[in-house]
Write a protein that binds this ligand. Structure first.
Ligand SMILES: Nc1ncnc2c1ncn2[C@@H]1O[C@H](COP(=O)(O)OP(=O)(O)OP(=O)(O)O)[C@@H](O)[C@H]1O
Ligand SMILES: [Mg+2]
Length: 382
């Protein structure tokens, strides 16, 4: 096995999860860990952090799929952990002491180069082929090949790969002879392979061969509160590495509550690393990382606008305290106030005067209310 690889154990940090969930997850994690440690040195670990039900289902599949020699197709958005899961699958399989060879398919855009890299070539098969060359499938014999971004494989290589999977044999470029290989293929992609089949860019037969075991890794925003656990996990790792005791402040956690993590775990990891480096004292505050978040996906602060609406309409608090003042203090932005006004208009069946009553504005302040909306362009219909 590749000595640089750091894959094997699957522990789940137990912080911030209910006792019941924690216990279940620890049981699952310990099972995997014990199995892995039988064969490997304690140094090699893969941590698949998460306790959400989606992560549990995924881990359950990993454990089941890993045992068999069949092909696995891992799908999921960029940064969800496809490569990490691929390593875990290999290391939970009976091939764990054999090679795990990673092939970054986009690196080879030209058909012959890819075929030669994967399956080898014979001397003279193309200009510059001065001697026979063994391919990565040969290097991975008895182990596994991880085909990362398999959607980028050129069509000639797709055909050769299909043959390797179906016949368990490969033919080096320029050779007339085939030889047999015993390689488990784990492939990953974040591209829509089904659409690529329709447009003729990916072979349908290869697709079905590859997804013998389909493993879809859910996006981070679909995994309940796993993001909080991942933040603690990465911060803890950095604290250990630098012998520090930093933490995300409660304000930072609140700030991130509505962030949809478009870059998934990779983005989260980078936010933690940046926040950790920028914070000079114990707490990592939003200022330390906010400029790194993908601005287009940045939600407004979690002000709970429905809650604000309810504060006025159901709890009798006045518009001046609940909306006017936070707006002037820039704790609420224009879009958020317009949204509250829209809700008010709906509840008041289109009448600003009725809305002012709902928002607990005194009749003699009605004009001031309307001036305020006009002055700051807060009327949703204007
Ligand atoms: N569940 C997890 N627990 C701990 N770390 C994780 C987890 N998922 C992903 N990571 C970390 O997030 C980063 C991104 O993971 P990885 O490279 O496997 O994603 P990917 O899906 O292959 O991304 P891409 O599609 O961009 O290639 C890595 O640093 C990985 O270690
Ligand atoms: Mg990847």
């Amino acid at each position: 096995m590749d000595s640089d690889s750091t894959a094997n154990v699957v522990p789940f940090p137990s912080t911030k999860v209910s006792r019941e969930t924690d216990k279940t997850m620890t049981d699952v994690a310990l099972q995997v860990r014990a199995k892995s440690l039988e064969k490997w040195g304690p140094k090699q670990t893969v941590d698949l952090v998460g306790v959400s039900s989606k992560m549990r289902d995924t881990l359950d599949k990993v454990q089941k799929f890993a045992k068999f020699n069949q092909t696995i197709l891992i799908t999921g958005e960029s940064g969800v952990g496809k490569e990490l899961f691929a390593k875990a699958c290999h290391l939970m399989s009976s091939r764990i002491s054999e090679p795990f060879v990673v092939v970054n398919c986009p690196q080879y855009s030209e058909g012959n180069v890819t075929v030669s890299e994967l399956f080898g070539h014979v001397k003279g098969s193309f200009t510059g082929a001065i001697s026979d060359h063994k391919g990565l499938f040969d290097a991975a014999d008895r182990g596994a090949v991880f085909l990362d971004e398999v959607g980028d494989l050129p069509s000639t290589a797709q055909t050769m790969l299909l043959r390797a999977l179906a016949e368990k044999e490969v033919k080096p470029l320029g050779s007339t002879k085939t030889y047999s290989v015993d390689v488990r293929v784990i492939a990953a992609t974040n591209r829509p392979l089904r659409d690529m089949i329709t447009t003729g860019h990916f072979r349908q037969d290869l697709y079905f061969r590859l997804r013998y075991f389909p493993l879809d890794i859910p996006a981070l925003r679909e995994r309940d509160e796993d993001w909080k656990l991942l933040i603690s996990y990465f911060v803890d790792k950095l604290n250990q590495e630098y012998n520090l005791k930093k933490a995300f402040s409660p304000t930072s956690i609140k700030f991130l509550e509505r962030y949809p993590w478009p870059g998934n775990v990779r983005e989260l990891r980078s936010i933690v690393t940046i926040g950790f480096s920028m914070a000079e004292s114990k707490y990592i505050e939003p200022d330390h990382f906010v400029s790194e978040l993908r601005q287009a996906n940045l939600p407004g602060p979690d002000t709970g606008k429905n809650e604000l609406f309810e504060n006025m309409v159901e709890q009798g608090r006045s518009f001046w305290d609940v909306v006017h003042e936070p707006f002037l203090d820039r704790d609420l932005n224009r879009a958020q106030v317009r949204e509250i006004i829209s809700q008010g208009l709906l509840a008041a069946r289109g009448s600003y005067r009725r809305m002012s009553v709902l928002f607990n504005i005194r009749p003699d302040h009605y004009q001031k209310f309307m001036d305020f909306l006009r002055h700051h362009r807060l009327k949703p219909d204007e």
